[in-house]
Design a protein around this ligand. Structure first.
Ligand code: PMP
Length: 428
């Protein structure tokens, strides 16, 4: 059992010594002291089903034995030197990671966070194209660095400071609330319009999540990416897929989210699930685009360190050996069906969407107006915690449940989550 400082002491320390920018779920915050695969344990030893995976980061399971072992072994051997010397871990990892990508996406650059990866991707796009403007979607989230805050299109995350110049936000192809329903081609017309009216005619690139995460598990309307990728390439730009949340089998049907729309990007950014909780992120691109960075020196002290690379390799292995992608498809389909069942029963559920273990349940006061039911979302979330389920929340109005558990979740867990959800909704 947990024997460290009490939750009250930890809360007091956090309030006094940590940045007030940190926010926590629940008025009476929960203190998590252990994790095992799809479960979390609080300081009192109470078990929770983790339906949010450290914000979609724990891909193959909390403290997955293979990952723990790889990190432990490498930590004992060598923790750090940087890339100024050769080391086998980063070289083998780059090969193993890029082996899992289609086309000519064969060169990796390792960094430590999703924000860094997206900054790097945008810089490469600009250097390669010779253009400056980057197109992104409204309601997207790509990070909190100065550059990526400019891309992120959510007032929640935008400070009143100069940020990410040259970003043009286009219509979000949201099948539920968007004007054109699920017709991706019609939303894509806006990209053409923005290119011709708001840029010099040429663009550096286009960046999008393949299912929006923070924005509330919003899939892109059918046919959107193929149409947009053509337009962007025609305007001299490169196409960037942010796979920070959607990669590594999470969408079930495919290893990468972009494959669900039948496209191959020019640059792919990864973070979160790539390291199962380790600070690890990557930019993968073609040799031609990667070459742009060779004109100067570029360096990242922790990027590609042996410990995180060893962990990243163990994640790839676990995804394969544990049948993670197939499980995401199976349990994801079941959850989707169960949530649709709850939608029939509870009118407060306006939309159920997503793919694999990247699901969203949008709560509305009224199905016709789709007015967000934010307070009720908070209430249900609190009740779920009491029932032993930790779920995620998102969307600009905070009215979308995000179900994105560690991908080792079982069908029994899914049934438990469904029952708890049903009960919490019934009590509203
Ligand atoms: N892209 C996406 C899609 C994300 O969800 C996030 C984090 N929520 C980021 C980028 C930024 O990652 P990080 O917090 O590691 O900088």
């Amino acid at each position: 059992p947990y024997q460290g400082p009490s939750k009250e002491e930890v809360y007091a320390l956090r309030k006094q010594y940590l940045s007030p920018a940190l926010f926590h779920h629940f008025k009476d915050p929960i203190m998590i002291t252990e994790g095992k695969m799809q479960y979390l344990y609080d300081d009192k030893g109470r078990r929770y089903l983790d339906a949010f995976a450290g914000i979609v980061t724990v891909s193959v399971g909390h403290c997955h034995p293979g990952v723990v072992d790889a990190v432990k072994r490498q930590s004992e051997l060598l923790q750090h030197t940087t890339t100024i010397y050769l080391n086998p871990q980063i070289a083998l990892y780059a090969k193993e990671l890029t082996d899992r990508l289609p086309g000519n996406l064969k060169v990796a650059y390792f960094v430590n966070s999703g924000s860094e990866a997206n900054d790097m991707a945008m810089m490469m796009a600009r250097l390669y194209s010779g253009n400056y403007d980057i197109l992104a979607l409204r309601n997207c989230y790509h990070g909190m660095s100065e550059g990526t805050m400019g891309v992120t299109a959510h007032s929640t995350w935008k400070f009143n400071v100069p940020q990410g110049f040259g970003i043009r936000h286009t219509l979000n192809p949201n099948p539920y609330t968007g004007a054109f329903g699920n017709d991706g081609k019609r939303y894509a017309e806006d990209v053409k319009d923005v290119i011709s009216t708001s840029t010099p005619g040429g663009v550096a690139g286009f960046i999008a999540e393949t299912i929006q995460g923070v924005g509330g598990s919003v899939p892109l309307a059918d046919g959107y990416l193929p149409a947009v990728y053509d337009m962007v390439r025609e305007a001299g730009g490169v196409c960037i897929a942010d796979e920070v949340q959607t990669g590594f089998g999470r969408t079930g049907t495919n290893y990468w989210g972009f494959q669900n729309q039948g496209v191959v990007p020019d640059i792919v950014t990864m973070a979160k699930g790539i390291g199962n909780g380790l600070p690890l992120a990557a930019v993968v691109t073609t040799p031609e685009i990667a070459q742009t960075l060779a004109q100067r020196l570029h360096f990242n002290t922790y990027g590609g360190n042996p410990v995180c690379c060893a962990g990243g390799r163990a994640v790839l292995q676990a995804v394969d050996e544990d049948g993670i992608q197939a499980n995401a498809a199976k349990v994801g389909d079941l959850l989707l069906e169960r949530m649709r069942g709850l939608q029939e029963k509870h009118s407060i559920i306006g939309d159920v969407r997503g793919q694999g273990l990247m699901l969203g349940v949008e709560m509305v006061k009224d199905r016709a107006s789709k007015e967000p039911a934010a307070a009720e979302t908070g209430q249900v979330m609190q009740r779920l915690r009491e029932l032993g389920v930790l779920i995620g929340k998102g969307g600009l109005h905070g009215n979308v449940f995000r179900i994105k558990p560690p991908m080792c979740i079982t069908t029994d867990d899914a049934e438990f989550l469904t029952e708890a959800f049903d009960l919490a909704l019934s009590e509203l």
